[in-house]
Ligand binder design. Sequence first.
Ligand code: SF4
Length: 486
Amino acid sequence: MSINLKDTAAPLREKRLGSVSGYSGDAEELYKKSHDGSLKDIDRSFSQCTSCSANQVKNQLVYIQDAAVVEHGPAGCSGDIPNRNMVGRSGRKKRKLPIRNLHYINTNLTEKDTIYGGAKKLELSIKEAKRRFNPKAIFVTTTCASGIIGDDVEAVCNKAEKEIGIPVITIICEGFRSKIWALGFDAAYHGILRKIVKPAVNKRNDLINIINFQGKDIFTELFGRLGLKVNYLVPYTTIEQLSHISEAAATVQICATLGTYFAAGLEEHFGVPEVKSPPPYGIAGTDAWFRELGRIVHKEDEVEKLIAEEKDRIAPKLTELKEKLRGKKVYIGAGAAHGHGMMSIVKELGMDLVGGCTWHHDAKFDNSDERSDSLKHVVDNYGNFKLSICNKQSFELVNKLYNLKPDLFITRHASTIWASKLGIPSLEIGDEHFAIGYQGLLNYGEIILDTISNSMFVENIAKHSKLPYTDWWLKQNAFKFLGGEV
Ligand code: SF4
């Protein structure tokens, strides 16, 4: 797949990667269907709320230190901003940056604007963002309303760019464009690749781009042992930093769901090699990830030394954890590639993965390289297991948990409240770096052990809770509405 930076919009994942948001079956079948072209998305005849790509764009862009975001839409589309602001304030504190609110404006499109057009409001909002925040760049993001009324956002941005003298970048991300909200990551990165990143002047053989959210810094120490320096992308960078990411020796990503487009675009247009490997979760994935990085930066010996040292270090504790966790039943619900990483970890800890669901599935990633296929990695290394695709549909999750009754529910982005109401111990993993590498296996093992050791708390919650779902629903097939059954 070639990435076309002349287009204003990133192409849909459905078309580019064969992505789907509905499936029920097992991991091996899903992998086979992803590769023989028979994977088709299946609609639900009933669904509850889910996420949207306009939200995921903000997930990356609002944290750039010296940029501003103007969201062209109704005030309702800014519903995620209070939470993003809280995350941004605590993230800045963690990174020892002065605490402040996000540099964000919503154009507050009203019913009247949907009739007469919102271009004038957008123009004024861009100027207001420049006046209020004095940013080095402004990202203008679209929403369903601005998409439906057909405002020419790109024309407004181009005009404003000339007037105010900084890049004003259109990000096409209206929620209705795609059922795969991860398209928002691609849209944000498309804008950065298109208008911020400059061709490298000085190549640096020690600098590694790390596409991530905003987890704890674990890479400075690890990469330091290899003589490498880290360049975390995109939250908390500056526009100047982003303009130089083409100088790095390689790009790694903590999750291909997040970074597939960015890493492939950096390789294709700026010559930065992408580390093509399974994600660094569990021993098998971490070995492959470090070895591929070592090959690209010509540090194979240093990498082998690090792998041997780390494995020796974790071996006694890992054996102890495996003994305690062997056979415990676990169900996982998480984002696609990161979910596969969690599945690798519980399998390596000797737990019984009774099933899992991911929020969507990409049949392939942008590099089209089998080594990056996180689902293939899990199936090849740990065998088959029940797997479904459920775009955060709580009613499906509750049904699965009720019927499977695992010893533990692990999730990312779906609340643990449902599991607690069912008396099932659960873990919501916020910091994705917590699971990375050899230490990540111990981190997970310890927190899992801690969570399942005493289930009294959730048992008491269950005793005093009433589910909103009826007995009728709990006795149905969890995927009854997948495929149109009424
Ligand atoms: S962009 Fe569309 S789907 Fe997303 S919050 Fe706004 S209206 Fe909802």
